[in-house]
Every structure is written in structure tokens, then in C-alpha cells.
Design a protein around this ligand. Structure first.
Ligand SMILES: *[C@@H]1O[C@H](CO)[C@@H](O)[C@H](O)[C@H]1NC(C)=O
Ligand SMILES: *[C@@H]1O[C@H](CO)[C@@H](O)[C@H](O)[C@H]1NC(C)=O
Ligand SMILES: *[C@@H]1O[C@H](CO)[C@@H](O)[C@H](O)[C@H]1NC(C)=O
Ligand SMILES: *[C@@H]1O[C@H](CO)[C@@H](O)[C@H](O)[C@H]1NC(C)=O
Ligand SMILES: *[C@@H]1O[C@H](CO)[C@@H](O)[C@H](O)[C@H]1NC(C)=O
Ligand SMILES: CC(=O)N[C@H]1CO[C@H](CO)[C@@H](O)[C@@H]1O
Length: 622
């Protein structure tokens, strides 16, 4: 308690001198919703070219503050740097990497350790994908990869670590099939809805299940739609999109086109019961509301198998009226075969989510619903009242595939990156950020006079605020080299930035990246464009220029030193990424590939953007 009070007092004092570098989050911003901040509103920073999402809280309540983090995987036509992304409870960026099209970013505990799990790969396969699941530890180091046994590639829809500490994931496997029952040819082709259970350490296959062996082609609500006649155009009849495993060792499988959940025997693969769809086995005590879900996603057992949650997309399909999506919490009596709605989660801002989505019961008891194809999440009370509602793209663009996150989760997370923080100095301000770090509470600034010196003097300290913190450098600072130290809540130093050469009158900002491996403190300035100076220069003859520029710089520097950085000033400090990033650019992918292999070793991913393929998940995974 004493520590908390002291930290709080320090924070309150320091707050006066600190400045927030992040511009968001926004609160019910009309400009945001109208798209005036772009189709993919982003945060950019001075100390790094990392790009974060800017969040607009349409509804906000302190009840959502539980010190946990949001896990999203933004992608879509407007997302130029797709990748996994962690945001803090207030919507500030915590971690991201432009790895490419990512799905299912989540946190699982495995053998007592928390892992960040996600899928990466080729999602251009008509509504599903071929790729790999990754498990990163708290330093963001890749520890496990799971690709699919029997030569099959893991699909993007599901990755789940079971109570037995095994992994289950979905697979879409192209197979020949006699589909005459569905009006297709005898020598037809299907995408078989498949899942595998594997040992995480060895990737050894423990169980495999295929829909075609247990589910009739006549029990689905989707026609052939001109597919099924060739290996190139298989019929996606089942569309498996979630798998859970219970304490009895049986599986709960969601089939989107069957509009039902199947309970599968974990030894024989046989169907024990069906909830919803054409062969529903349950008496609906809610008069139909518990079994009328359609095109559903993310079915999970709850309360030791006595309940189920799922995301009900709700539409009856093409031509039918489009209904708002809802989260569902169902009471399930597997003895008497009854089902009843315990809670429904209807958004007070109705969202028609065309596809994808998730429902998670949070540690706080609240319920988090992710809207998949619409860039929004909502936190509800368990009873279904909206507590917080956030957009990570303008609402007017929902259901257009511009910004999408397959699922959204919230978890506790501790990130201790093995990189160093990123640091920028310019004039009388230093900016510092550390991609992935969750434990920093204070940034301290130190100075020294020689690059080789190990003798540092304390200059100032400010509380960490958002992703990037700006530290005002006191006017009487005389040191030629500066660095920032990351301190945790008990005052321990977690890391230091590399040294930055500081000259308050320098025209260029100096940026020292913490990401590179070379440990030589390279203080060569990384030149930033300061256009206004050049415009100024262009206006004067050489003679006037010398004096004019000198005076100009002095003036500017002293003005900067006497006021705290504001958003207006940030306009001047625009990082390079602001200039190079354009809403529609798709050349980011090539460059991302490099960073990706740097993180994940030599493995090449055939990640492709929607722009390239024209038609991706968004179009067809419904
Ligand atoms: C579920 O219904 C099917 C028929 O649709 C039936 O064959 C099966 O025995 C039922 N299962 C249970 C557990 O009631
Ligand atoms: C399912 O039932 C609920 C409650 O009766 C209703 O509000 C909802 O619109 C129904 N959904 C569909 C897809 O018919
Ligand atoms: C969970 O349910 C199983 C039966 O399905 C029962 O044997 C077990 O005791 C239950 N566990 C808890 C923690 O209630
Ligand atoms: C099934 O119904 C019977 C009779 O109504 C009841 O006694 C029993 O508790 C029910 N089973 C469960 C698991 O609720
Ligand atoms: C701060 O960091 C030190 C050194 O790593 C660690 O021992 C201490 O537990 C940390 N404090 C908190 C509150 O995590
Ligand atoms: C809420 C809603 O209607 N969502 C979608 C559910 O899936 C169908 C079939 O793909 C879509 O047409 C709906 O728009």
C-alpha cells in the first residue's frame, strides 16, 4: 500500500512535467466516425516507425479498467501494415509487428507460462487459410510453431489449447467426394472441414476428425454455388470455424453452413448430439431463441460443460433480412437434453457483422464481444448491458472489409521484450517508447559527456504515459549525450536506451533504435525531414540566410524550451512513417516480409494481401 501511495504521489508530481505523445484514444469523436482521420486511423510516433491503431471509444466506463489488454489482429483493404496488436485498457498501443495477415491473436497458459498465440499465412484461400500457428513467450520470442500434421497446413479459424495442454486447430483439406446428394457430380471435390489435435512439444498427431465422414451433405444450408466440380474449385460445404474440447475428452465443433454445433466423441469421432441446425437434439426452453442461431462463430463450453457461449452472426443468408448480431450465453442440460438462453448480448449500437466474431467471458465477469468483419468490440456486463464500446475504424465503413479483426480478446499480459527501448532527441524534448513492454511505469533521463563514459547524471523523470512518452529536457542541461532508463513500479531499471548525441540547436532529430542487434551505441543522427527550414532557406539570399537562420533557430529553440509539447508541435515532429505511409499503399508487405523473417527466423510465409488477391477471407468467410 505504501508503495502504491508513493508511486501515486510521484506520478501526480511528475504529471505536471510530462506530455503525452499518443494522440488518441478518442471519445465518441465525430471526425473519427466520419472518416476524417482516415479509413484506418493510426497513431505514429517520433521514436519509432511502429504504427499503432487509434481507438474511438463510443461508450466508455471505468468499469472496463481491469489492468488487462485487448488483443486484436487488424487487417483489411485499408490496413497497410497488418499484424498482431496488443492495446492497453485505455486503447494505447502496447505491442505490434507488421508480420502480415494475422488471425486469432490470443493468450494461453501452457505449462505454467503465458504465451501469445496467433496464426500467420496465406488467407486468400476463399474464406480460410493455409499457414502456421505461433506461440511467443513474454519476451516475444517464438517458442513453438504448429503447422498441421499429415502434410496439411493449419487453417486460420481456430487454435485452442485444451485442458489436456494439447493444441487443436482447424484445417481445410481439398478432397474428392461424391456430392450427388447435393446436386453435384459423382467425382466432385470438397473442402473438408477437418480438425487435428496435436502434442505441442512434438507436433505429433493425437486425433483427427473430418466432417465428410460424419456429416451429411444434405444437412447444410449452403448450395454448391458453382463449386465442387474441380479440384481448383472445391465445395466448402461445412465451413468448420471453432473447436473446443471438454473435460470428458469430447469436442464441440461449430459448422457455419450447418448452422449448428456438433458434440463429437473424442475416441470414435461420432456425433453424440447436435445443437441447432437440421437435426437439433435439444428442447429449446426459450421458445426457439436458444437454437435459432445462424452462421455462428466461436462456440465454447463454459461452466464445466453446463453452458455454451457463441457469436451468432444471425443472418439467414442471402436474400433474407439482415439481422443484428448477438452474443449468446446458453444453459445446456446434457442429461435432460434442454437448452435455454441465460444471457443475450445485443449491442445498443446494432452491428450487422457479416462474418467472424467472438465472445469471451472476462476475469472481471464482464463479457467481451468482438464483431469480426466490423472493426468494433463491446464489453457487456454479464447481464447484457453495454459498458464500453470501441471502434478501431470508422463506423461508416463497417462491413466493407476495410479494417477487420477475426476475433478480439482481453487478457492479463506481461511483456518483457529483449530489444531496447527506442529513443529520439530533438531540441529540448526526448521521446521514448518500447514496443511490447508492459512493466515500465517511469522513464528517467540521464546525461553524460562522452560516448565512452559510464558515468551518468540523473536529469529528470516522468511517468510513462501511453505508448510513447515525451520527456521535456530541462533548459540548464549541459550534457552532450542522453539516454532514457525504463523503471518499473518498484524503481528497478529494466532497460536503457542507446546513447543519443544531443545538441539542442541541431536541425535534425536524433533517433536511436533499440531494435538493431549491433550493440555499438551508434549516435550518428538519423536525419528527419524538416521541410519548413528548407522553405525558409529558399526564401532568402545567401547573405541574409546565415544570420536569419541562426536567429530563427535560436528563437525556435527557446520557445520550445519554455512550453510543453502540444499536438501542434507534434505536427512539426512528424515521424518519417507519416510521410511514407499512404492509405492505399500495398508495398508494405514486401518490407514486412523482411521484418517478419527477422523475428521468426528463416521460415518464409506466403502471406498475401487482399489487395493482391482481390478476394480474401472477407468476401467469402461468412
Ligand atoms: C439426436 O437426434 C438424432 C436424430 O436426428 C438421433 O439419431 C440421436 O440419437 C439423437 N441424439 C441424442 C443424444 O438424443
Ligand atoms: C432468434 O430468436 C430471437 C428471440 O426470439 C430473436 O430476437 C432473433 O431475431 C431470432 N434470430 C433469428 C436469426 O431468427
Ligand atoms: C465437471 O463435470 C464432470 C462431469 O461432466 C464432473 O465429473 C466434474 O466433477 C465436474 N467438475 C467440476 C469442477 O465441477
Ligand atoms: C433433469 O430433469 C430432472 C427432472 O426434472 C431433474 O431432477 C434433474 O435435476 C435434471 N437434470 C439436470 C442435470 O438438471
Ligand atoms: C521490478 O524489477 C525487478 C528487477 O527485474 C524485479 O525484481 C521486481 O519484482 C520488479 N517489480 C515489480 C513490481 O514487478
Ligand atoms: C448479421 C448478419 O446478417 N451477418 C451476416 C451473416 O452471414 C451471412 C452469410 O454470409 C451474411 O449475408 C450476413 O450479412
Amino acid at each position: 500500500m505504501i508503495r502504491v501511495t508513493r508511486t501515486f504521489a510521484l506520478a501526480a508530481f511528475l504529471l505536471l512535467t510530462s506530455a503525452l505523445a499518443d494522440e488518441g484514444p478518442y471519445y465518441a469523436s465525430d471526425l473519427y466516425e466520419k472518416g476524417r482521420m482516415g479509413q484506418w486511423p493510426i497513431e505514429t510516433y517520433r521514436s519509432t516507425s511502429t504504427v499503432g491503431a487509434a481507438v474511438n471509444f463510443m461508450e466508455y466506463n471505468p468499469q472496463c479498467r481491469d489492468d488487462q489488454y485487448y488483443f486484436i489482429s487488424p487487417r483489411g483493404y485499408s490496413v497497410h501494415k497488418p499484424g498482431p496488436m496488443i492495446l492497453d485498457q485505455d486503447g494505447h498501443l502496447v505491442w505490434t509487428k507488421p508480420l502480415g495477415h494475422t488471425y486469432n491473436l490470443n493468450v494461453y497458459q501452457y505449462k505454467g507460462q503465458d504465451y501469445l498465440t496467433f496464426w500467420l499465412g496465406d488467407d486468400s484461400k476463399v474464406g480460410h487459410g493455409e499457414g502456421t500457428y505461433y506461440m511467443l513467450d513474454s519476451s516475444y520470442k517464438e517458442v513453438y510453431t504448429l503447422g498441421g500434421a499429415n502434410g496439411l497446413a493449419a487453417d486460420l479459424h481456430e487454435f485452442h489449447i485444451t485442458l489436456d495442454e494439447t493444441a487443436v486447430y482447424t484445417i481445410y483439406d481439398v478432397r474428392p467426394a461424391d456430392i450427388r446428394l447435393a446436386g453435384g457430380p459423382e467425382n466432385g471435390w470438397i473442402w473438408d472441414g477437418t480438425f487435428q489435435e496435436v502434442d505441442i512439444e512434438t507436433n505429433q498427431l493425437l486425433f483427427e476428425w473430418r466432417a465428410s465422414e460424419h456429416f451429411s451433405f444434405t444437412d447444410v444450408y449452403r448450395g454448391l454455388d458453382d463449386t465442387g466440380d474441380s479440384e481448383e474449385h472445391p465445395w466448402d460445404f461445412f465451413h468448420i470455424n471453432s473447436v473446443d474440447k471438454d473435460a470428458k475428452g469430447n469436442f464441440l465443433v461449430s459448422t457455419r453452413y450447418g448452422n449448428c454445433l456438433l458434440y463429437i466423441d473424442g475416441r470414435t469421432g461420432e456425433t453424440i448430439w447436435t445443437l441447432g441446425g437440421k437435426h437439433n437434439n435439444f428442447t429449446d426452453l426459450s421458445g426457439g431463441a436458444a437454437t435459432n442461431f445462424t452462421w455462428q462463430h466461436h462456440a465454447r463450453f463454459r461452466d464445466n460443460g453446463t453452458a455454451i457461449t457463441l457469436f451468432d452472426n444471425s443472418s439467414r443468408g442471402r436474400g433474407a433480412p439482415s439481422l443484428p448480431s448477438r452474443g449468446l450465453y446458453l444453459d445446456l442440460d446434457q442429461e435432460n437434453m434442454t437448452v435455454q438462453v441465460r444471457h443475450e448480448y445485443w449491442n445498443s449500437h446494432p452491428i450487422r457483422s457479416q462474418s467472424q466474431g467472438s465472445v469471451q467471458i472476462l476475469d472481471s465477469g464482464n463479457v467481451l464481444v468482438g464483431y469480426g468483419y466490423s472493426a468494433a468490440w463491446t464489453e457487456f456486463t454479464i447481464d447484457g448491458d453495454v459498458v464500453c464500446h470501441a471502434h478501431f475504424a470508422p463506423g461508416r465503413d463497417f462491413s466493407r472489409g476495410k479494417v477487420v479483426s477475426f476475433r478480439t480478446f482481453k487478457h492479463p499480459w506481461v511483456g518483457n521484450p529483449n530489444t531496447r527501448p527506442d529513443f529520439e532527441v530533438y531540441s529540448y524534448h526526448a521521446a521514448v517508447s518500447w514496443n511490447g513492454a508492459t512493466e515500465v511505469t517511469t522513464w528517467a533521463l540521464e546525461g553524460t559527456d562522452s560516448k565512452k563514459s559510464t558515468d551518468f547524471s540523473f536529469i529528470t523523470a516522468v511517468p510513462k504515459d501511453g505508448f510513447e512518452t515525451v520527456i521535456p529536457i530541462p533548459e540548464d542541461t549541459k550534457h552532450h549525450f542522453l539516454r532514457a532508463l525504463a523503471l518499473n513500479s518498484t524503481g528497478h531499471t529494466l532497460a536503457s536506451t542507446k546513447l543519443a548525441r544531443w545538441d539542442p540547436f541541431a536541425e535534425e532529430a536524433v533517433v536511436v533504435s533499440g531494435d538493431s542487434d549491433d550493440d555499438d551505441d551508434d549516435t550518428e543522427p538519423f536525419y528527419k525531414l524538416r521541410t519548413f527550414l528548407f522553405v525558409l532557406i529558399g526564401c532568402f539570399s545567401a547573405g541574409v540566410l546565415a544570420t536569419g537562420a541562426w536567429f530563427g533557430k535560436r528563437l525556435l529553440a527557446s520557445r520550445r524550451a519554455s512550453q510543453s509539447p502540444s499536438d501542434k508541435e507534434r505536427g512539426v515532429f512528424k515521424p518519417l512513417s507519416r510521410f511514407s505511409v499512404s492509405e492505399d499503399s500495398n508495398d508494405a508487405d514486401a518490407e514486412d516480409g523482411v521484418e517478419f523473417s527477422a523475428l521468426l527466423g528463416d521460415r518464409r510465409m506466403n502471406s498475401r494481401s487482399d489487395l493482391e488477391t482481390g478476394k480474401g477471407m472477407d468476401e467469402d468467410c461468412r
